[in-house]
Design a protein around this ligand. Sequence first.
Ligand SMILES: [Zn+2]
Ligand SMILES: [Zn+2]
Length: 358
Amino acid sequence: MAKNYYDILGVSRDATSEDIKRAFRLIARATHPDANPGDPVSEARFRDAAEAYEVLSDPDRRRRYDRGDTIDLSDLFAGFGGFDDLLRSVFGDNSMFGGAARGRPTRGSDVLVRVEVDLLGAAFGTDAEVTFGTKNTCEVCSGTGAEEGHGQTTCPECGGAGSVRVARRSLFGTMMTVGTCPSCRGEGVLVTNPCPACSGMGAVDGERTMTVEVPAGVTSGTRLRISGRGQSGGRYGPPGDLYVEVMVTPDPRFERHDADLVHHASIGIAEATLGTRLTIPLVEGGESDLEIPAGTQPGTVFRMAGLGVNHLGRRTRGDLHVVVSVTVPSDLNADEEEALRRWAELRGERTDRPASAG
Ligand SMILES: [Zn+2]
Ligand SMILES: [Zn+2]
């Protein structure tokens, strides 16, 4: 006997999609399991209302339901977000029902954590420890949601198979198809006595600390996906994924452009003119000499090949670019000034200030 979705939501058969949404909202608010923990009547009403809403809010499904077709519910709450997405679409993101809802096969939520690494760690990879609040699989019932020993029974409707044959009317007559068992939602078992530790959810609020391998070459904003390490789906589905967003702390010695690094160095006018040797810091630690040839102009860039950051996903490194600026001294003492004037004379440079300026 098919359920009357219109009766469940208390709307007429010609209700608009707005009417249907409003009706489901009211029922969901009053009967949501998070608001009525452990109340089986509320939970059953909530499940029915959610099912009715899922069917009637989709024009195609509603048309098929009105026609008397069998609606396969197995795909309704499957996939990313699933049931959470439904609640979010009705209540908005910051609703009181942001967490995983009970009563439907649903994947555990994804978790996003941020981790800070220094430039050295970003350049060559590092291990980072992250701690985050999450839902962990209930240890008491191993995630089944059933009380140990006697809390679970084979689903009588499908005999434990999780699927049932259903009749579907079509142009060619009645056809038998295999669908998800509506009693156990495909689990093959029914929980008769819920696990007291997790109220039958199979998952409990908790905290998790784990070490994340940050690969070489990450930049700020790189997101690492660690499959299956998000919130536990409890007895209703697989765990979500853990996303780790990397923040790279800036290093004052280097500007970073993907795998290349830029270091700024300053030399004096005599060093630029006569040539010199600079000591350049390296991202891996230590330093390297850099020959500055005579006659180096301000803004000249010297490339130190292969001394940048590791390319993400490759074994090669970018380059280190050294931008050389030339500092013009403004604090000459008498001896220095005399020497420079002498040098200017030899070069034929005019160093006397124009009369108007003096
Ligand atoms: Zn449990
Ligand atoms: Zn079943």
